[in-house]
Ligand binder design. Sequence first.
Ligand SMILES: Cc1ncc(COP(=O)(O)O)c(C=O)c1O
Length: 395
Amino acid sequence: MQGTDANGEERTAAAIHARIGADRGRPIRVHRRGGTRGCDRDRLDSLPVRPVPTLQQQVKRVRDLIPRGVKLCAVLKNGEPVGWLADAMARAAKVDYFCVPNAQDGIALREAGVDAPIMVLYLTEASYAPVLLHYDLEPAAYSLAWVDEANRLLQRARGILKVHLWIDTGLSREGVMPDDALALARAVNQSPKLHLQGIATHFCCLEKGDLAAIEKGNLENQTALQKHRFDQVVESIHAAGIGLDAIIHAGSSDALRFGVTPVYYNMLRIGGMLFENPSPEHRNYTWKTKILQVKTLPKGWCIDYDCKKTVEVDTRVGLVAHVPNDEVTYLVRGQTVKKLLDHEYVVVLDISHLPDVREGEEVTIILPEPNSPLDSSWSSAPVTLRDGAGPGKGR
Ligand SMILES: Cc1ncc(COP(=O)(O)O)c(C=O)c1O
């Protein structure tokens, strides 16, 4: 796979990977047989997870709640393997779009053979523009400077980068302020290298009463107010003859949960609701990792820097790689194991009461809340997703 850089030079996908990996301070995941487009079942089957029918049922349930004509965008912020998840979801129901939190996860989806449109949420630096184009990933355009830089870098590239005009309508997070949105839309529209694919915002305070407030035009309600600002901006952009075919999107899980239909627009970006578990005991999926090292610490051995604590008796420990959530409970063979040490990249579990446990044994990760996400995009642990299984079943 080749890309074209700012100077029109051809670059290999490996060079692009290396750059992104270096930027993020962590290695990029490249699947063994990755690289080509098109859904390659063999490649997906080689990933270390099994089918997750209950997760797929949940995707179907969500799809069925969304009116026809409104696209479903699955927001994948909940963990690895992100490409596999995307494929499992797409096979279960019609997922029109995917959203990922960073370019690297977008590349992982492409490497897993995901063909659907992929939007990269939040702030992706304009310097990534050639890479985004190469992988057909759609970033948010959030400032004139961003557009200028993307234009400059894409000058000699082949193709046109699709972007979403992101508007901050009252969350104080990513996006252009409403008053500056039209100028930004014009800049995108005038660019020969950019296409205005979407116009978007994100709500801060979706709640039950929003539908009634919107219907009454009650701008004391925060969602109604944000919607009002968003609609005004979209109207002004359309009035300028720009973005008439752009996808308008704003709503997330709570919009669907509370039936706030006026904010469905052309597409809903659904994250949490796709991963919901009925309860901690009845999970649609569980996270698993593996014990990577087992050893016995002799009595008196220091625990942690400065040796403020030592082990009181000979202690058998199992080490797992970093799991990015301090609050998790670890289960081995269905039994809770205590954390002796959590050093971010290495977690040491006390498995003294499980003398037969060996390296490679599965560890179940129970999150603090039934629906809490495991943002394993920052995990160095070989975290995988498994079907069903509450803690009691010891899977
Ligand atoms: C911009 C944006 N859109 C959509 C979502 C999905 O939100 P939810 O998980 O509530 O569906 C999120 C949250 O992760 C988000 O930040």
